[in-house]
Design a protein around this ligand. Structure first.
Ligand SMILES: [Cu+2]
Length: 140
């Protein structure tokens, strides 16, 4: 009986320590990624508003030359991620920041939007899902 309680306690501790490790303000496990610094996911904003991008594990560089480990940001508005290796179109739903900009001022009509940052190489070829991140915002 006592032995059984002990092993239950050991399992419980193993579970809780795993939970702490996953949860405790540590950087995510992935070595590379992009994210939207601002606005926050779920935010309500007034147009125009500033969108700021962030990256880890790769470097921002102007478009034109292809250098491994570098690329530039794209902002996708209410649309899906371009598959890895495909060239990102340039239109009103796919904005390129080919000068290496890390933020932009966005002007949108009132409504709800899904904003996706997508990183791509110097020839605008998508790095795919793993180098993208989305938020939802409401423009009032
Ligand atoms: Cu581009």
């Amino acid at each position: 009986m006592f032995k059984r309680i002990l092993s239950t306690a050991a399992i419980f501790m193993a579970i809780t320590s795993t939970a702490f490790a996953a949860d405790g303000n540590q950087p995510p496990a992935a070595a590379q990624g992009v994210y939207i610094v601002a606005p926050a996911d779920g935010a309500t904003v007034s147009s125009p508003f500033k969108v700021q991008f962030g990256i880890k594990g790769m470097t921002v560089a102007p478009a034109g030359t292809v250098t491994e480990g570098t690329g530039h940001y794209h902002l996708l508005i209410n649309t899906t991620v371009i598959p890895k290796g495909d060239v990102i179109p340039a239109d009103e739903k796919h904005l390129h920041f080919g000068k290496g900009q890390t933020e932009t001022e966005l002007k949108l009509e009132p409504g709800t939007y899904k904003l996706t940052v997508l990183f791509a190489d110097g020839l605008h070829k998508s790095y795919g899902d793993g180098m993208s991140a989305s938020i939802n915002v409401t423009v009032k």
